[in-house]
Design a protein around this ligand. Structure first.
Ligand code: PAF
Length: 297
């Protein structure tokens, strides 16, 4: 079930397509948990064949981010996928993904200052600034360029009919939908709800870095979101009023990166909440960056 070469996965998928089978892709960076499993289950339900990609994408990490520390657990990931009934796990090397077509004489600096690629002579997919200069994009410049580039490559390699993404990475999901629409990519994007542990903490590969105390503190994110939604449902629409207590609390107890109210499709900031509003939070707790979000309705 494991494939590491682009040519091999292409061959397999081509055969499926000849047989008229539908193909689902679940793109991941590995360290799979129940959240990923829920995406996999959706794909298995909807598609005849399911491919899970496992690739820690270097170009979506900033120079000061946790690329080297990012958990890599391929054996366990393969086991989880096998038990779930996944058809193929595509786990290419960095070389296979990015360095198989080097320029014979690349310019010394390449196109992008912060790239982590050794042959920085590479075509990137750059989503519109309007979608990327806010929320997570503010503190992670270039992150969504890296995400869109790798997702586009995975789409071209696997050529699935459906691709499954978690609502937990809400900004990523909106940006990928925009890319698919703008570039006429013939793939249906399926979003899957956030999976939470029994205490309400949104599952994330980074949760494993949290201490016991950090885990307790992290629970406040979901509590705040639930509370904001409850206030909205009681009739409060003014975003300042909805966010006031949460801002004060988060600023005092956490390293708050953002708490924002945006349109769920366009990411435009809202001053008055409505049913299309998405509330997003990012904090650093216990030195771990955590994000969470919820819809008003
Ligand atoms: O959400 C993720 O795990 C990654 O950003 C993705 C979509 C697999 C691209 O590397």
């Amino acid at each position: 079930m494991l494939k590491t070469k682009i040519a091999d996965i292409r061959k397999e998928v081509l055969q499926w397509k000849k047989e008229g089978l539908s193909v689902g892709l679940v793109p991941t960076m590995g360290a799979l948990h129940q959240g990923h499993l829920s995406l996999i289950k959706q794909s298995l339900k909807k598609c005849d064949r399911t491919v899970v990609s496992v690739f820690v994408n270097p170009i979506q990490f900033g120079p000061a981010e946790d690329l080297d520390k990012y958990p890599r657990t391929l054996e366990a990931d393969l086991e989880l996928c096998k038990n779930a009934g996944v058809d193929i796990v595509f786990a290419p090397s960095q070389n296979e993904m990015y360095e198989n077509t080097p320029h014979p004489n690349p310019p010394p600096q390449g196109g992008r200052e912060q790239s982590r690629l050794s042959n920085d002579f590479f075509t990137y997919v750059i989503p519109p600034f309007f979608y990327t200069d806010k929320l997570c994009g503010k503190s992670r410049p270039g992150h969504f360029d890296g995400v869109c580039t790798v997702v586009m490559k995975l789409f071209n390699i696997v050529q699935p009919d459906y691709a499954f993404f978690g609502q937990k990475d809400a900004q990523q999901l909106v940006i990928i939908r925009k890319m698919v629409q703008d570039l006429n990519i013939p793939i249906e994007i399926v979003s899957c709800p956030i999976v939470r542990d029994e205490n309400g903490l949104a599952l994330s590969s980074r949760n494993q870095y949290l201490s016991e105390e950090g885990r307790k503190q992290a629970l406040v994110l979901n509590k705040i979101l639930t509370n904001i939604r409850a206030c909205y449902n009681k009739g409060i629409q003014d975003v300042k009023a909805l966010g006031e207590t949460a801002f004060a609390f988060l600023n005092e107890h956490h390293e708050l990166e953002y708490l924002e109210f945006v349109d769920k499709n366009t990411l435009e900031n809202k001053t008055k909440a409505d049913d299309d509003t998405l509330v997003l939070i990012a904090v650093k707790t216990d030195n771990v960056r955590l994000i969470d979000n919820c819809f008003m309705k």
